[in-house]
Design a protein around this ligand. Structure first.
Ligand code: SF4
Length: 342
């Protein structure tokens, strides 16, 4: 049995033709699953009965099992799922005034072990398949309490560009008018800076947003926060980003999580302003969530404002974001971390 959500519309058409069925049924099946939220082939009433029986023999629709769902006072909702192999992943829905953003996981655990992140705590177990990622989106869409899911970020557990092929396939399916029809410009991949994958991504012809976790402007601090920096240091990463912007004509967002006593001083802002003489980029400053297990604390508000003001004075396009869902441990991997310990 295979997960039908691993198939693109074209691939499902091919399956149907090989079964001597009409290819247009593929569009009907996609509509039932992704537009109407139907998860039982028997309920697809406009399909011939022999096709429904064949689909039931060869495919399943759902594979995630919801374990827990918690809501923050700011409306952020986090869901914890058990996969078929009993591993746990998380997906988050983040409502804002004009958008509803789904944040999904791409791997079980993560091998990159960034210091401020709970996801790498127990190491890497496996990549998620395209269908598992798509099911996270399906769940968020079907459980967004009447609100339309408008944006998607690949920013949950895992490094998306370390699961390149499955992530790109998932994006192409999610982007299809036959599924969720979420525009590529509303889909963001967030990476810790896997340079070969950034280069490959620039040739995909996808109009998606790319967000690069920088978090420090010098190799010493960044390597302490993000061990990946020892393989792909700051200078090479910035050069790869410049090249990506040149080739794709798309903007890159640099994420910078402010952590007290680590990377939030004015000397850090100065270094950042020097390396970010990059056209068509912006910086998102995010005071970190306090994570007891990882001993990280956000800086005082005054220090955060001084950091932002320094960048603004240096002509850098900067946005200050507040962490969402602090009361429900919404930083990636925190809920999984709590349950994985039990
Ligand atoms: S921040 Fe991203 S790359 Fe770093 S450990 Fe967490 S999930 Fe992995």
């Amino acid at each position: 049995m295979n997960d039908i959500k691993d198939l693109t519309p074209k691939e499902l058409e091919q399956v149907l033709l090989s079964w001597k069925q009409e290819s247009f049924h593929a569009r009907q099946i996609f509509s039932w699953i992704y537009k109407k939220g139907v998860t039982d082939f028997d309920a697809m009433s406009d399909l011939p009965s022999d096709l429904r029986a064949r689909l039931k023999e060869g495919f399943y629709i759902l594979s995630l099992n919801l374990i827990k769902r918690i809501e923050s006072h700011d409306g952020t909702e986090k869901s914890l799922f058990k996969l078929k192999d009993d591993n746990l992943i998380e997906a988050v829905i983040i409502p804002a005034e004009k958008r509803i953003t789904g944040c999904i996981s791409t791997q079980v655990g993560c091998k990159f072990a960034c210091r401020f992140c709970a996801s790498g705590k127990f190491g890497f177990k496996r990549n998620l398949t395209s269908s598992e990622m798509i099911e996270e989106v399906l769940y968020l869409k079907n459980n967004s309490q009447g609100r339309k899911l408008t944006h998607l970020v690949f920013m949950g557990i895992g490094e998306p560009l370390d699961n390149y092929d499955f992530v790109i396939k998932a994006i192409r399916i999610i982007n299809s008018p036959h599924t969720f029809n979420i525009g590529a410009r509303r889909i963001t991949i967030s990476t810790s800076g896997v340079i070969p994958a950034i280069k490959k991504l620039s040739g995909e012809g996808l109009q998606i947003e790319l967000s690069v976790s920088l978090h420090a402007a010098d190799d010493k601090t960044r390597s302490k926060l993000m061990p990946i920096n020892k393989i792909y240091p700051v200078k090479d990463l910035i050069a790869a980003c410049r090249e990506y912007i040149r080739k794709t004509n798309r903007q890159i967002t640099f994420e910078y999580v402010l952590i007290k006593d680590i990377n939030s001083g004015l000397q850090d802002a100065l270094k950042l302003s020097k390396i970010l003489k990059v056209p068509n980029c912006k910086v998102n400053l995010i005071p970190c969530n306090a994570i007891k297990e990882l001993k990280v604390q956000p800086p005082e508000d005054t220090e955060v404002s001084s950091f932002r003001d320094y960048l603004l004075k240096s002509d850098i396009n900067v946005t200050l974001r507040r962490p969402r869902g602090q009361d429900i441990e919404a930083a990636c991997g925190q809920l999984r971390l709590r349950y994985a310990k039990k």
